[in-house]
Ligand binder design. Sequence first.
Ligand code: AMP
Ligand code: MN
Ligand code: MN
Ligand code: MN
Length: 289
Amino acid sequence: MRIDLHTHTTCSDGALTPAELIDAATGAGIDVLAITDHDSVAAYTQLGPSAAKLQLVPGVELSATWRRQPVHIVGLDLDPADAALGRFLAGQTALRERRAERIAANLERAGLPPLLSAARDLAGTGQIGRMHFAGAIVATGFSRNHRGAFRRYLGRNKAGDVRAAWPGVVATVAAIRQAGGIAVLAHPLAYGLTRSKLRELCSDFTAAGGRAMEVVSGAQAAAESAELARFAERAGLRASIGSDFHGPGQPWRALGSTPALPAGARPAWERRDDGIVFTADAAQESTTA
Ligand code: AMP
Ligand code: MN
Ligand code: MN
Ligand code: MN
């Protein structure tokens, strides 16, 4: 069974619409798919008829802060129509809008032309983010491609790396759980943390009610996945898997190419004949009032 629980659409910074993504996933042999746009569940109102061809797990990728470090927390198997989640996401949208203005101002100070309206055009009705500024920088010819734009202008500690006051891990996990979902720490190796800091993040995440972490993310090396499986086990977290697909231009995280979980990793779901179901931890459930 092919499972991919981390993907993006035009509702955030992905290249495909929700309907196009589902068609591409079906074509790539995926049986279970979660669309996890940045701070948005809008995709779940734009699915179209092909959604019935696979098991769709409603999800989201929330921007959060852990000790001033931005981290991403995926929510899976939640109710995308939940009203409190909707209010939480409205707050994220406001943070993203304000941050976009600051990104544009910082980039101008770094010598680029005004890019806010171009970035907004690229975002369309979706959540605006640094990827849209990367597109605007490429369109104006200041970088050859997105990678170059991140390396020079948008990546860690560059002018456009503006930190928003994203909610903390506790509030973020709580928002996911109250909407009926499980919280999954996204791409743990993407934060540039030392191994001891990563261990602390994992244990704080578990204490906050986090359920799993992405043991397999994109085209990460097998040795890294094996190491993350040990981190998860030690922190009492289950394992999840996701390509972090954003569009067809990135073969290292193409749909259907994500390796399976390493042997011995305990997935956050149970297999059934017709798909998967998510398992909430018994101890965690008893703490949920
Ligand atoms: P944001 O959510 O606005 O902070 O933007 C984060 C997104 O930017 C990630 O989800 C990726 O899609 C993209 N991104 C981050 N770093 C890079 C990079 N070095 N190269 C290309 N894309 C990146
Ligand atoms: Mn992204
Ligand atoms: Mn992410
Ligand atoms: Mn992502």
